[in-house]
Design a binder for this molecule. Structure first.
Ligand SMILES: C[S@@+](CC[C@H](N)C(=O)[O-])C[C@H]1O[C@@H](n2cnc3c(N)ncnc32)[C@H](O)[C@@H]1O
Length: 374
């Protein structure tokens, strides 16, 4: 039998990944789903030197900000991290997370440039979900909080009703017939009016779409700023990691949309957009991009970047290749965002930072940074 270690905790703060931080002498324990001021016991699931990660077992002193999560799987499931407190406090935690990352990485206080945009609701929003499966154990569900097992969540309230219903029906179906591997995943998502299922394919392999429709509308509203639109009227702009061109479709000019998705899966939103498939993480990506941009070349234009969680380490090289006057960086990972901004902050300064709560209940959020040439 595997040995488990139980530790006592006393949470002093929340870290940028929204976990409780408990310090005893020289050792630090991170305990998800706890709040400052809380005390109790947790089971360690991973540790290295003086740093441990633990799952809450019992709470002897509760924070006044704790509330009962409205999901029976909350403690076990790795999908949501913030249902144990109300939405107002969730937004505060997310705000502190972003401010702390910028302070730690750049030693800059962004609070005077920061604007938070909350979500219209905390559930029934995700139009795409991914479940893991283990055929031998006959298990299908979400990855557990410690990523070590699969939690058979049948009804997930963050999914939109069509996706939630299909997910529920999967449990009573002969799903193993479709699962090709011993361990793999299935994605359930809405595309147009259809709800689709794909087994063991790359995330969003048929083309990316934002998971929360109304929040995407709010993101587009930020980009539809009249000053910005009139400034780039008739100009050529770049939309890197552009997918179907969601972010550049309404600019009154042309945009070069670049993404790694095969062209056959791309449906550009506007006829003023051109598409080029480039693997933007490849060693020769910048030179291929430079070549593609030659035809559109427009110095002092606008560069929009919206990478996956891994970010874009050589953002400076892409900026040097197209020489924009402004950059809009849309990010779903504040850690890689802060890392990537370091490469351009000598030449560009931040004018505004928006935090959009695209993923209520979870520790995730989108950040949109507006930067202008110094
Ligand atoms: C966060 S999505 C943004 C999509 C788009 N901007 C939107 O708003 O719908 C990230 C995009 O990066 C693309 N992507 C992932 N890996 C890539 C790579 N190696 N090269 C180019 N694009 C990639 C995905 O296909 C996806 O469209």
């Amino acid at each position: 039998m595997k040995e488990t270690k139980t530790v006592k905790f006393k949470v002093s703060s929340i870290d940028s990944l929204c976990q409780g931080v408990s310090k005893v002498n020289d050792s630090i324990t991170f305990i998800g789903k706890t709040l400052p001021g809380e005390e109790g016991e947790a089971v360690v699931y991973s540790s290295k030197k003086n740093v441990s990660f633990a799952k809450v077992k019992s709470i002897s002193k509760k924070s006044p900000q704790r509330q009962e999560a409205n999901c029976p799987h909350f403690i076990e499931c790795g999908g949501c991290q913030l249902l144990h407190t109300d939405y107002e406090n969730e937004l505060e935690i997310k705000k502190s997370s972003l401010l702390e990352i910028f302070m730690r990485q750049h030693k800059i206080d962004i609070s005077d440039k920061f604007i938070q945009i909350s979500a219209p609701r905390r559930n029934l929003y995700r139009n795409r979900i991914q479940l893991q499966y283990d055929k031998r154990r006959n298990l299908i569900g979400f990855r557990s909080e410690d990523s070590k097992s699969i939690i058979p969540v049948q009804k997930c309230d963050i999914a939109i009703p069509e996706v939630r219903d299909l997910m529920l029906s999967l449990y009573s179906s002969d799903w193993k017939k479709f699962a090709k591997k011993a361990n793999g995943h299935v994605e359930i998502y809405k595309k147009g009016n259809e709800v689709k299922t794909t087994w063991d394919s790359r995330y969003a392999h048929e083309g990316f779409s934002q998971v929360f429709k109304e929040m995407n509308d709010r993101l587009l509203a930020l980009l539809c700023d009249p000053t910005l639109i009139s400034k780039y009227k008739g100009r050529n702009i770049v939309d890197l990691f552009g997918g179907n061109g969601n972010l550049s479709a309404f600019f009154d000019g042309s945009s070069l949309v670049i993404d790694g998705t095969p062209e056959k899966f791309i449906n550009l939103v506007s006829p003023c957009q051109s598409y080029k498939q480039i693997n933007l993480y490849a060693d020769d990506a910048v030179s291929i991009f430079k070549d593609a941009w030659k035809e559109f070349k427009d110095d002092n234009s606008l560069l929009i970047v919206d990478p996956p969680r891994s970010g874009i380490k050589n953002l400076d090289e892409f900026a040097q290749a197209c020489k924009p006057a402004e950059i809009i960086y849309v990010s779903c990972n504040p850690q890689t965002l802060a890392r990537d901004l370091k490469t351009i902050l000598q030449d560009f300064s931040i004018s505004k930072i928006y935090q959009l709560d695209f993923f209520p209940g979870t520790r995730h959020y989108e950040t949109v940074v507006f930067l202008g040439k110094k």
